[in-house]
Design a protein around this ligand. Structure first.
Ligand SMILES: Nc1ncnc2c1ncn2[C@@H]1O[C@H](COP(=O)(O)O)[C@@H](OP(=O)(O)O)[C@H]1O
Ligand SMILES: [Mg+2]
Length: 367
């Protein structure tokens, strides 16, 4: 696995451990999803509750956070953690018991007795000093509840710099071309295709270390199919071939703005995918552009981009804000002063930034 690929790398042990833990957490989350979620969005009562911001939080978020932070803390006791959930979302003893049952099956290091403590390890303020693991336990919670794509995203910051990134994508097949189908997630204009991805049977995990490349391996139990392979962005600059990935949820990213941007570029294929799976898709060459434009005033969380940024950058791509500035994960739990996320295969970055700038300027004038 990561062992042979990164032999001698100074963060080899960290990356190997992270890939192992995220892979187990991904299998666990997929099993929880299979059990509780269906395509009609009916979700078992015991698994869903509303946080103050009304986003759905499931047993999966909490169990994944407890598993990953609990195990990393045992391995690297001096390290700090920034993660999305807190133990205040563990409603009652029954829910805690359910989480513990899942951990007993998927943890190899016995974190099951300390569910709440493990979850609350993730409350660090972040910043520019020391080693900080950054976790989104279930990124794309809405996709999870629709029984579609979601992702377990883990990064390691060292003195504010994102050094490692791991993306566990339980429903994204490791096959180079994930099966796509037409989707009504957004309305395109005539001649535009709006697509989404069909759940695969194996799932995959992406991982990267700064300076050492990006890799992907299948989450299948079949060892011969689980060998890691190095991945690269595609070299495409032809818009007629290009695919733009974006959020399924228009509340997370304006489909109207991204539509205007791709029309300037001449891109005709839009791919709606939840979570940081989008960074993975660009990293293995299946999409050229990922655009994200939340409502003005929305401030991004570092756990929504840190892992994806390392993977895509190491695969040869670029990630910036709408003005072309690098994302800076050293300011705490948030990414302040970032308007829009622009990720590309690198080759298309200048053209995409120009189109983004044009549309945003028009938006301000008309707005
Ligand atoms: N109003 C909003 N605008 C932009 N992003 C939002 C949002 N509400 C939630 N999000 C973020 O968008 C992420 C999902 O992005 P995507 O649409 O690409 O799947 C969510 O991650 P979680 O699902 O981990 O909460 C959450 O952090
Ligand atoms: Mg998220």
């Amino acid at each position: 696995m990561a062992r042979s690929l990164l032999a001698g790398h100074r963060l080899q042990h960290e990356l190997e451990s992270a890939v192992d833990i995220v892979s187990r957490a991904s299998r666990m989350a997929r099993e929880i999803q299979k059990r509780y979620c269906d395509a009609t969005q009916t979700v078992g009562d015991a698994t869903t509750l509303a946080k103050a911001d009304a986003s759905p939080v499931t047993i999966a978020d909490l169990a994944v956070q407890a598993l990953i932070l609990g195990e990393l803390h045992m391995l690297f006791p001096e390290d700090r953690f920034v993660a999305e959930e807190t133990s205040s979302s563990v409603q009652d003893e029954r829910m805690e018991g359910a989480i513990r049952t899942w951990l007993t099956q998927y943890s190899t290091r016995g974190v099951d007795e300390r569910v709440r403590d493990s979850i609350d390890l993730g409350s660090d303020a972040g910043g520019c000093r020391g080693r900080i693991w950054v976790l989104d336990p279930v990124d794309g919670t809405k996709g999870f509840l629709r029984n579609q794509q979601f992702c377990i995203a883990l990064a390691l910051l060292v003195d504010g710099l994102a050094e490692l990134g791991v993306l566990g994508c339980p429903n994204l097949s490791a096959a180079q071309e994930a099966e796509r189908i037409a989707s009504g997630y957004t309305e395109g204009i005539e001649g535009e295709k709006c697509l989404t991805i069909v759940n695969g049977t194996d799932g995959c995990v992406f991982f990267a270390a700064r300076g050492a490349g990006a890799y992907m391996q299948s989450l299948t139990d079949r060892r011969e199919q689980a060998l890691p392979q190095q991945i690269h962005v595609n070299a495409n600059t032809d818009p007629s071939w290009a695919v733009m990935a974006e959020s399924v949820e228009s509340g997370h990213s304006s489909h109207s703005l991204t539509g205007k941007m791709i029309r300037i570029l001449g891109i005709r294929q839009r791919l709606g995918v939840d979570s940081q799976c989008k960074y993975g898709l660009l990293s293995r060459g299946e999409a050229c552009v990922f655009l994200r434009f939340p409502r003005p005033g929305y401030v991004e969380n570092i756990w929504d981009h840190a892992a994806g940024t390392v993977v895509l950058t190491e695969a040869g791509g670029r990630v910036t804000d709408a003005l072309g500035g690098e994302l800076d994960f050293s300011h705490g739990r948030k990414l302040p002063n970032v308007r829009g996320i622009v990720a590309t295969n690198g080759h298309m970055h200048p053209a995409v930034l120009a189109a983004v700038k044009h549309v945003l300027a028009e938006d301000v004038t008309s707005g």
